[in-house]
Design a protein around this ligand. Structure first.
Ligand code: ACO
Length: 320
């Protein structure tokens, strides 16, 4: 028994912030941001919008696209590191608001790798036979945690949510291989210090601190490692990949890795120019757009790979 994606949905907030908008308040330029990251604009949520508000919309769209009712869900997992509150979890808020009365619900915290961690976890419940229908969401509003005066961080992030519905299937398609990794020893390179139990009063601030160069080095190393590993686990090779959907953080990271792997550009889905890094939302958002763009056909081999704070990395390979 395998987990198969039978529906997807995504959403981003309506407010667009362009690179030129940022250049009005910090010492940067459209040219610098495009050249160093590939990002042209990002979506930023308003004060009233919390992560669950986006997650609920993405979830409802995914349920419609999967043509299943919320009452038929057994489990909801949300990959997020920007929950509305430390508790209840975003997943429990989604469970209530969409009316998934019998579903269990919890959040998975692996930052930008959160969707792949959540997806792999969900697959285990289906492969073991414990559950049949699972909603997996990646949702984040990290723009609420950036210092808009810190030009090395604020240019990177955007908000959004993406969701998929998984069901048990034995028709040979579905998610064939999973690969997860954590390198906690490098965790200090990407930290949000305030708000947790070490600093509940946020004396150390509530903003993201990042050593961009070190995260970049980790990203190119583990993105490549994850793609080799997950294809090997599925008894395939990189040449068998029809579409790679990498975490949408920086086009230089994606270009560097895909060049090394020998994957042509048309086999790599990139939409970060429109949204920036939406953290756990980036891969399901890109997957949903790829489906709308008709980039996938039955039988295609698709690899999803993400990396993020922790530091973490996770990949899943599926036959569409
Ligand atoms: N505009 C103009 N100049 C800038 C900006 C900016 N927005 N930001 C930094 N600079 C300057 C720096 O001050 C530095 O100037 P200096 O040489 O006078 O000191 C110069 O540009 C070069 O800075 P670097 O940090 O070396 O720039 P780099 O090429 O490394 O790019 C970047 C920075 C884009 C952040 C890159 O390191 C990166 O993308 N790293 C990966 C980050 C990432 O993917 N994070 C994902 C996190 S996932 C999660 O879990 C949240």
């Amino acid at each position: 028994m395998r987990a198969k994606i039978i529906g997807s949905g995504s959403v981003t907030p309506p407010k667009v912030v362009t690179n030129d908008d940022l250049a009005k308040t910090i010492a940067t330029s459209d040219e610098w941001i495009r050249t160093r990251t590939g990002i042209a604009e990002r979506r930023v949520s308003d004060e009233a919008t919390a992560t669950s508000d986006l997650a609920i919309i993405a979830a409802q769209k995914a349920l419609i696209s999967a043509n299943i009712k919320a009452e038929d869900l057994d489990l909801i997992i949300v990959g997020t590191t920007s929950p509305d509150t430390l508790f209840p979890s975003v997943a429990c808020t989604v469970q209530d608001k969409i009316g998934a009365a019998k579903a269990a619900a919890f959040d998975a915290s692996a930052a930008c790798a959160g969707f792949n961690y959540a997806l792999t976890t969900a697959c285990q419940y289906i492969e073991s036979g414990m559950y049949k229908n699972i909603l997996v969401i990646g949702a984040d509003t990290l723009t609420k945690y950036v210092d808009w005066n810190d030009r090395s961080v604020c240019i990177l992030f955007g908000d959004g949510a993406g969701a998929v519905v998984l069901t048990a299937s034995n028709d040979g398609s579905g998610i064939l291989a999973h690969w997860l990794k954590a390198e906690g020893r490098l965790g200090h390179y990407l930290v949000m210090p305030g708000g947790g139990s070490r600093d509940p009063a946020e004396k150390n601030g509530r903003f993201i601190h990042m050593d961009g160069k070190e995260v970049f080095k980790f990203a190119v190393r583990v993105l490549e490692e994850s793609i080799y590993a997950v294809t090997k686990l599925a008894d395939l090779t990189v040449a068998d990949i029809d579409l790679l959907i990498p975490h949408q953080a920086n086009s230089r990271i994606i270009d560097h890795v895909t060049k090394k792997l020998g994957l042509p550009k048309e086999k790599v889905y990139v939409n970060l120019q429109k949204y920036g890094n939406t953290s756990a939302a980036s891969i399901p958002l890109a997957l949903d757009e790829a489906l709308q763009d008709k980039r996938l056909k039955s039988g295609d081999i698709v690899v999803l790979s993400g990396f993020g704070a922790g530091l973490t990395c996770g990949a899943n390979l599926m036959r569409w």
